[in-house]
Design a protein around this ligand. Structure first.
Ligand code: COA
Length: 138
């Protein structure tokens, strides 16, 4: 499927519950060292594989809770980066969980993550322990 079509028709994207024995290796492979698999030890983790509604995996997205706030994790398959999928993944996640605000804390050194979240409209509120703290309302 052409990616431009897929992005325009965001409703075709599907969230499939993350299966650790099937999907952990994939997440580590596409995560550029930023796949925080400790998420499974956090409060109320909900991780998903994002597909194009068919067989193709586009990446991983999910959330966990800390101090009552939903924090996200994301990795986009290198084959599909640079097409604005980050926003689409979060829209799906926010809708599925009925969330009004999502928080993210990329490492300051993770330029791709910091910049792509800025571009997607995340608002930076500060920095803590080498991480940028930002949120977006939905
Ligand atoms: C972070 C990540 C999800 C961004 O995916 P993406 O497909 O590039 O995201 P988008 O297409 O929505 O955003 C692209 C924008 O991000 C910015 N960007 C992306 N990579 C960049 C880089 N290496 N340097 C600077 N800016 C970058 C640019 O502003 C770009 O917009 P442009 O193409 O118009 O210039 C992806 O790089 C990834 O999966 N990285 C590995 C896992 C990871 O770091 N996850 C985040 C943990 S907090």
């Amino acid at each position: 499927m052409k990616l431009s079509l897929l992005v325009e028709e965001g409703e075709k994207l599907s969230l499939i519950p993350f299966n650790r024995s099937r999907d952990l290796k994939y997440w580590e492979e596409i995560g550029n060292g930023a796949a925080d698999t400790h998420v499974f030890t956090r409060e109320k983790p909900s991780m998903y594989i994002v597909t194009d509604g068919q067989e193709n995996r586009l990446g991983v997205v999910g959330l966990f809770y800390q101090e009552g706030k939903p924090w996200t994790e994301i990795a986009i398959d290198p084959k599909y980066r640079g097409h604005g999928l980050l926003s689409k993944f979060y829209e799906l996640l926010a809708k599925k969980h009925g969330l009004k605000r999502l928080w993210i804390s990329p490492n300051i050194s993770n330029t791709a993550s910091v910049k792509s979240h800025e571009k997607a409209g995340f608002v930076r509120v500060g920095e803590e322990y080498g991480k940028v703290i930002a949120y977006k309302d939905f």
